[in-house]
Design a protein. Sequence first.
Length: 200
Amino acid sequence: MIATPDAVLDFWFGAPGSAAEVAARQRPLWFAKSAANDQIVVERFAETLVAAGKGELDSWANTPRGRLALIVVLDQFPHHVHRGHGQSFAYDARSLALALDMIERGEDARVTPIERVFVYLPLEHAESIEMQDRSVALYEKLANEAAADERQLFDGFLDYARKHRDVVARFGRFPHRNELLGRPSTPEEIEFLKQPGSRF
């Protein structure tokens, strides 16, 4: 069964609340590796991901929230459905194009700050220093606009964006993807990957 945009957003963000409340509740789904969560995404959204990958859900992009849902499907769900396989990056170009178009239209301002985090993630995932620099700028703006009691949360997202940018600035790519994508690693990348925190 193909999900609706609302079903995707309800699953990914849960019940309405402050950014801090939503992040605290949803963070394990968003960022932790969990076989149980992966299975839930496979069962509920694998068919939706296939349809989105074929362009069959492009009409979702006609509204800001529909576009946000499509970005989540193409940027986030592959890492659950195809965990540990190169296919998890197969939709990156499409999610990036959708995100950039949303930003250019100013439609990112029409979703909540915590939702904007996921509009900007395709830029943070890109192996392009131009996209990485733009990602950092967007997360800086998001942090600067955050309410005082949520600044720490958005500073955390900014910190991750900077770390991603620094890796791409150094290597031109993410070394931790090399094995999954069948790319040989350089000696410098091999040494880097031995360091704690080098695999995000």
